[in-house]
Every structure is written in structure tokens, then in C-alpha cells.
Design a protein around this ligand. Structure first.
Ligand SMILES: [Zn+2]
Length: 199
């Protein structure tokens, strides 16, 4: 199932303002070599930590023609950037570190992106997180999907699989996986199509 990317434009809007207000240094343009080094450093330090199963580095391509936007191509595992500002590279890096069964700009993406902005951009984690939440964005507390998702899903009960997937911004499959633990522990039960917490 394809996951709807319902936060996309809200993330763009938030990052423009948040970077201007809280982390203006991240607008700095870096040299190509520095961009490449940043990609390598982030991947070496974070891939295993965020549970990324791909172990090889993403390739980095610089787009020279203006008007083209930056993008992470999952099938090629390639980051293509149309500028070299630090925040832009971190934005695409966060996509490359995210898994493919969640919304591209969803709650898990935001947790990873904010972590990168904080760790590699010197931004303040609490400040960024608070501003994202007040902009109405969903942000996971952690980036480990199963544990965080199990906790998150409980906020949206009762609901069907579809309700829960839409609310949490993840796929059916991710919800099903996250339900296994709580159901086994007797914290969530299913009646018909509806999942609810045990009384
Ligand atoms: Zn994006």
C-alpha cells in the first residue's frame, strides 16, 4: 500500500520558518566536497542507529540546471540536490535514512530530520520539536518504528487498521507489526474490525 504524504507541504512551510528563526547558519552553502563528506559522516554515524537496513552509502548527485528540485531516489539510493545549503542536504539525508513503508514527510521522518538538524546543524532539539508540534506536524519522539508506533497508535484508539494507519501516517503493514506486541500483552484487543484498548 502506498502511504499518503499528507504532511509534505506543512513540512516545507515549517522548515523555511524554523531554519530562518532558529538555525540561520544552516542556510550556509557548502562546497561539493564538504557536501559529500557530510553525507558520508551522517550515514556512518546514523544509519544503524535509526534502524536503516541498507548499509551502503547513498550516492550524491549535484543538479546544475535550476528549476529542478532536490530529491532522494529510493530505487537508486541516490540523493540529488539542486543546491548545497546544509539544511537541504540534511532534509534529503533524512529521506535516505527513513524506511519506505511510512509517509515520506511523516512523523518518523520528522524525528530523523530534527535529529540531523540538531546533531549536524547545531540547532536546538527542543526548540525545533516544539515549533514543529505547534505547526500541527506529527513528530515521533524516537525513530525506532515498532516501539514508538505501538505507543503512538494507542493515542488513536479505538479505530480500524485504516484509521490507525492514516492517523499515524504509516502503512497498514507497519500498524499490523506495531499491534503485535500490545495485543500479545493484552493491552489492545480487536472487536470486529475495530481495535480498542482493554478496559
Ligand atoms: Zn522532502
Amino acid at each position: 500500500m502506498r502511504v499518503r504524504d499528507s504532511q509534505r507541504s506543512a513540512v516545507y512551510e515549517w522548515e523555511r520558518k524554523a531554519i530562518k528563526d532558529f538555525a540561520p547558519l544552516l542556510k550556509r552553502q557548502c562546497a561539493k566536497q564538504e557536501a559529500q563528506a557530510l553525507v558520508e559522516k551522517v550515514w556512518r554515524e546514523q544509519a544503524a542507529r535509526v534502524g536503516q537496513r541498507i548499509t551502503r552509502l547513498p550516492s550524491l548527485r549535484f543538479r546544475s540546471r535550476s528549476g529542478l528540485c532536490s530529491f532522494y531516489y529510493r530505487h537508486k539510493h541516490q540523493i540529488a540536490i539542486s543546491g548545497t545549503s546544509v539544511w537541504l542536504i540534511l532534509h534529503e539525508l533524512a529521506h535516505s535514512l527513513n524506511c519506505d513503508n511510512v509517509a515520506p514527510h511523516g512523523a518518523r521522518y520528522m524525528a530523523i530530520y530534527i535529529m540531523l538538524l540538531t546533531t549536524y546543524g547545531g540547532a536546538n532539539n527542543a526548540q525545533l520539536r516544539a515549533s514543529a508540534l505547534s505547526a500541527g506536524l506529527k513528530v515521533f519522539d524516537r525513530f525506532h518504528v515498532a516501539a514508538q508506533l505501538s505507543a503512538t497508535i494507542k493515542n488513536f484508539l479505538p479505530g480500524t487498521l485504516m484509521d490507525l494507519a492514516v492517523s499515524a501516517g504509516v502503512s497498514y503493514r507497519a500498524v499490523q507489526g506495531a499491534l503485535i506486541g500490545p495485543i500479545r500483552r493484552g493491552e489492545i484487543l480487536r472487536r470486529g474490525q475495530v481495535y480498542r484498548s482493554t478496559p
